[in-house]
Each structure stands twice: as C-alpha cells, then as structure tokens.
Ligand binder design. Sequence first.
Ligand code: GLU
Length: 286
Amino acid sequence: MIRTRFAPSPNGPLHLGHAYAALVAHDLARAQDGEFLLRIEDIDGERSRVEFVEEFFRDLEWLGLNWDGEARFQSKRLPGHAEAGERLKAMGLLYPCRCTRAEIAAAATAMGPDGPVYPGTCRHRPGTSESFDPEGAAWRLDVARALDLTGPLAWTDERAGPQRAAPEIFGDVVLLRKDLPASYHLAATLDDATEGITLVTRGMDLFPASHVHRLLQALLGLPVPVWHHHPLLIEPDGRKLAKRRGAPSLGDRRRAGEDGRAIVEALREGRFPAGISLSEGLHQAP
Ligand code: GLU
C-alpha cells in the first residue's frame, strides 16, 4: 500500500506553497487508496512554536486535506535518532567538527546545494579520539568512506526518473548538530522509515537532499522508498513563495473567510493567483 506524508516545520505559518505540497502528498496517496500522514518536524527547539502546530491542524482541515491517524511529532523520536548516530559513529563514519560557518566559507573551494561545501578540515584531524574533546561538536559524515562501504547507489524519482546517488555534492554533511542528536537529513530519513513511507513527496528544492538520504538508508539498512519531487510555486522573480517575502499565510486567509476547499481545487486545476506560477524545473541526472 502506498503511504505518503506532509512534513512541515513549525517555524512559521503555512502559505500557498505548503498547501500545494500537502495536496500533492494527499492526492497521490488517495488516488491509490493509500495513506497520507502528517509529521511535524519540530526538532529545532529554537525555532519551533506550538502555536504554529495548532494552526497547521486548522489549516489542513480547512483545506479539506485530512491526514490518517494522529499527527506524529519528530521531537519524540530524538532518542532513536541519537541511537542511529551512535551506530554510525561505531562504524567509524562520523567525525566531530567545530568549524564555524565563517571558517568554512573562507576555506571552501566549491559550492554545493546548501552553500559552500565543507572543505574537510576536521576529517583527518590527528588523534581525534584522544586529544579532541568532541563535546559540543557537530558530527559530520565521511561521505567518501561511506560510499566506499556501500558502493554505487541508485534511487528513483517518479517524475525525473532513475538517479545515481551523488551525496558528495554536499560534502561531508552534518548528521548530528551541536545542539541536537540529529539533523534534518538523519531525522527525516529515519522517520520516513519508521512511518513506512513508500513515496516521499516534497518540493524540487529538496531534490539534492535525497542523494544523502539514499546513502543513509544504505548505511542503516532502511527500506528505500520512491521519491516524487514536485514543482514549486514561484513568484515573478523566479523565487519560491516565502512568508518572509510577503506570501499571505493560510491562517490569515482562513480567518478572512476564504474557502479553503476552493483554494485546493484551484491549485489542482492549475489556477494560481496573479503573479504566481508553477516551476516545472527538473534536475538532470548527474
Ligand atoms: N520539514 C521540511 C520543510 O518544511 C520538509 C521535509 C521533507 O519533506 O523532507 O521544508
């Protein structure tokens, strides 16, 4: 049975771009009598707010996008994330790093999907285990070493077709943050497996992240889903909708008396508000 999820982070209100992401996940599941889950990605304690979570529930009900079962909270799974982190450490695949953003930017020689690629400063730090106190450090994945272990990996996006996994485009990603026993990559990959997600739907902006997630699945022995990276709603300047650039929140539209189901119906039919369009851009296979 197909199972999808919508996985918003409660660090701001939802806007039309989120409604589109939720409807893609909802409709793909419902079209095949599958399940549609809601996961609240709330591990970032500094930025997550419970008020936003309550708004998410109201917004989704108002849109008519009903999820199956109880909403799941990523923060409740942190012990499991930490345990997976320990397994990767025991495999010799993680190393501690205290480099600051500024140090990385100054030393980097390449750009990746999230900015400057980490130049590997701490990867082969001599005597790491004895003389380097890893408390308070972030832990990075030694991607080259991990790929040596797994060999070449492939994954499939329903729209873009077969992909060769290329996690190296990010450099050695952080898997355990300084302040958390997880990071987006580790938490999302583990939670998708725990929830039995068979089709991971999310925006094209997160397409590159799936290369890393595929590698983590191989290292941790997790099932491999299919992915569906959907187009993004963009503004006339080509940038995706964002609350900070004035996209009205769904909550404001709900309180103003608009019809949420009509908004979803318009999105389904490809009718967007003035100035908003769908960016069909697809990634090329590397
Ligand atoms: N929490 C992420 C976001 O709000 C989505 C993560 C995902 O779908 O994998 O952008």
